[in-house]
Ligand binder design. Structure first.
Ligand code: BTN
Length: 124
């Protein structure tokens, strides 16, 4: 009976581990559905280091690797990019899973705000 309990508990923890968030890791390269790239070069504590390169159609500031600032945890993961040349700042917030990072974003430009969603999948 005791053995069965351990087996069931082990299976439960094992399976839940597969679906649990574990944050972004370094080094890693992610792409979103708009073709933009998120490169994580280091994670120190929970702080994220790396770059974001925008390739979204019908947007400005494409092909420039801007530094990111942000954090990653087993709960929320958030990063911000200052697109200096465009005068816009975007923050993504979501939860990083082994299979991808789904995040809502808010873009600010001269007091105006735009929002949307991106899904990042790991490419490297
Ligand atoms: C700008 O056009 O002002 C700068 C580039 C903004 C690109 C946005 S940020 C959110 C969304 N996801 C992307 O990958 N690109 C766009």
């Amino acid at each position: 009976m005791m053995k069965k309990c351990f087996l069931v508990a082990g299976l439960l923890f094992g399976f839940s581990g597969i679906a649990m968030a574990d944050g972004l890791t370094a080094p890693s390269l992610w792409k979103n559905q708009r073709g933009s790239e998120l490169r994580i070069t280091a994670v120190t504590g929970s702080s994220l280091h790396g770059t974001f390169t925008n390739y979204a159609p019908n947007t400005q500031c494409q092909g420039i690797a801007y530094p990111i600032t942000g954090f990653t945890t087993s709960g929320p993961t958030q990063f911000t990019v200052n697109f200096v040349k465009c005068g816009t700042v975007t923050t993504w917030s979501g939860t990083a899973q082994p299979f991808g990072y789904s995040a809502g974003w808010v873009l600010r430009y001269k007091g105006q705000v735009e929002g949307g969603y991106d899904f990042f999948y790991r490419v490297n």
